[in-house]
Write a protein that binds this ligand. Sequence first.
Ligand code: MN
Length: 488
Amino acid sequence: MEKVASALLKKVATYNISAVEIVKKAYLYAYEKHKNQFRESGEAYITHPLAVANILADLHADTATICAGLLHDTLEDTKTSEEELLNTFGPEITSLVKGVTNITNMDFYDKTTLNQVNLRKLLLSMNKDVRIIIIKLADRIHNMRTLEYKKDLRKQQLKSQETIKIFAPIAEHLGLYQTKLELEDLSFMFLAPEDYKQIKESHAKIEQEFRIYQEEVEEKISKVLQDNYIFSTIKFRIKNKYGVYKNIMNGETLENIHDFLIFTIILDNVDNCYLALKYIHELYKPNSRYFKDYIAQPKQNHYESLHTTVFGPEDKLMQMQIRTPEMEQMAKYGITYYWHQLDNAKDIMQEAFNKQYPLMQSIILANRNARSYADFIQIVESDVLGEKIPIYNNKGELIEITNGATPIDYAYLNYSNVANHLAAVIVNGVAVNFDYTIQPYDKIRIITDINALGPDESWLEIAKTATAKQKIKEYLRRNTQRLTRSPW
Ligand code: MN
């Protein structure tokens, strides 16, 4: 057997010995099916499903998911029937493979529409089985890692755009930060090669310059904690290139990015996280503007940590992310965290995804509001996966809203049943106009009144999100219809 294949089996054996036999069977089956097929790089095709399965095994994926990773291209790219797959591997694996298989033979659609049809199918499939999107993310990671071999340069650009607009944000919504960061940087490299190169160079330079301080900082922190009987693990990394690029696009300079140099400090319990914060602030003065307590208020993707930015050696800004080992696992693996906790995490993971992550509900809402495939993708890109800012709702909970949104958007996105009766908006205790642009950390309260005038044409101008615009149009249409049907 091939080296990579035995490495995969070894990896799987470290966390799920009982899976090895069936994974081996799936590998040999996929190997036979893809025999004589090659990738654009010239490599044997099997290297691709094998790489996908390896990425999934790093996430400690369950047996069915690893097998589906190996088999994911058999239905689409080889002469394998669903029935054959079903007879050989059973319903669970077959349904996962079907989930990631694109519809390809619909002659009546053009390429763009076909892609939209498939994206919609994929996004809605998460409602039944979130593992489908995780296999797709692994598939995309490997395709992006090998994208340089794609001969069609236009396709290279389209894949990169889709990855940065859809797949990287989905990874973030699921809390899979490692995946998000890698997908962003790979897309960025193909979309803006010159900028990428420049940032890569300054990245290396700053990292090099900081190297002399890095150890000193780690030693100081670990010593002060140890003196207080707190034991820590400290890791260091720098911000991803696309993240830096976005900062620079917003007019910041490299030296002023508050989270360019990132230390992760891992402590055994929550109390020690807050204690460590105190000791670190005694060592290095904090820049209070950037302090965040994601333990008291976790992100919507369940990320938890304390964040503080301090003035380090030579006044260099250093971000400290302080958390427990469990929080660290959540930060790395997101929703697939459950795979590390339980032998059979499938149902618990699915329930958590459907009930505790807002992603699925927003996709369902987008699907309900969309009038075409193109419309659906556009709403998903802008309203569901577009850039978000944090705000407080009426209950003081930290939630996220599309950057640039107005109170009208807020009302339709969060209180769609009563948004047509919007009467007034209070932001941070003060009444504002409907066309106010919501700012980070605003606390928003809407007041509705059954006798309110309701939406008019001006609301369409004010609303920024596709969801709100749709709802307003719907209301206006119904209302003009009602008027024309009236007796006078
Ligand atoms: Mn594939």
